[in-house]
Design a protein around this ligand. Structure first.
Ligand code: FES
Length: 176
C-alpha cells in the first residue's frame, strides 16, 4: 500500500487543484505502482484521498484498461493487434507469445512472472508491429523477437533495452 511519503506527496498535489477528485488518476497510478493492481483496500484509500465515493473509483478503475483489478505478472506483456500492427503481423506475434507463455488474455503464469494482454493501439503505429513489457516498447518486432525478449527476462530477470523506430516530426521553428 502507499507509504507516508506517497500520501503526503499526493496531498500536496491535491492542494494544487480546485477539486480533490482531480487527483484520482495519480492516486490510482501510485497504488498500482506499489501493489501491482488496485485491490479493495486501494479503492477505499483512493476514495478517501480523492474525496469521492468508492463507486466512482470503481467506475474509473473499470473504465481504464491500464488499471488492473486482479494481480498481474511482474512483467506485464501487451501485444497490439489493432489495425497497423495487425497488418504487419501483430496477430502472429500475439499467438506466438500466447503459446510461449501458455496463458491467454489477462492471465498470468503460475510463477507470477508474466501476464499477457492483447491491446488496442498503443500509439506506436509507425513502428508496427509492437509489444510492450511494462513501460518498455519494442517496435518492428517479429514473433521470434518476442520469444527472445521473454527468454531474456526468464534467464536474466531483466527487460532488454527498448526498440523504438517511430520518428516524431521536427516541429522546431528552423524546420518550418
Ligand atoms: S496499431 Fe498497434 S500501436 Fe497503433
Amino acid at each position: 500500500m502507499l507509504t507516508e511519503q506517497d500520501i503526503s506527496e499526493l496531498r500536496a498535489l491535491k492542494s494544487r487543484y480546485e477539486k480533490p477528485q482531480a487527483i484520482l488518476l495519480p492516486v490510482l497510478w501510485r497504488i498500482q505502482e506499489r501493489n501491482g493492481w488496485i485491490d479493495d483496500a486501494g479503492m477505499n484509500l483512493a476514495a478517501e484521498l480523492a474525496e469521492c465515493t468508492k463507486a466512482h473509483v470503481l467506475g474509473v478503475v473499470s473504465f481504464y484498461t491500464m488499471f488492473f483489478e486482479k494481480p498481474m505478472g511482474r512483467h506485464h506483456i501487451q501485444v497490439c493487434t489493432n489495425v497497423s500492427c495487425m497488418l504487419r503481423g501483430g496477430n502472429a506475434v500475439y499467438e506466438k507469445v500466447k503459446d510461449c507463455l501458455h496463458i491467454g488474455h489477462m492471465e498470468r503464469t503460475p510463477d507470477g512472472v508474466f501476464s499477457l494482454e492483447e491491446v488496442e493501439c498503443m500509439g506506436a503505429c509507425g513502428g508496427a508491429p509492437m509489444i510492450a513489457v511494462g513501460d518498455t516498447f519494442f517496435e518492428k518486432i517479429s514473433a521470434d523477437d518476442a520469444v527472445s525478449i521473454i527468454e531474456t527476462i526468464r534467464t536474466s530477470g531483466n527487460v532488454p533495452a527498448p526498440k523504438r523506430f517511430a520518428q516524431l516530426p521536427d516541429l522546431t521553428r528552423e524546420a518550418i
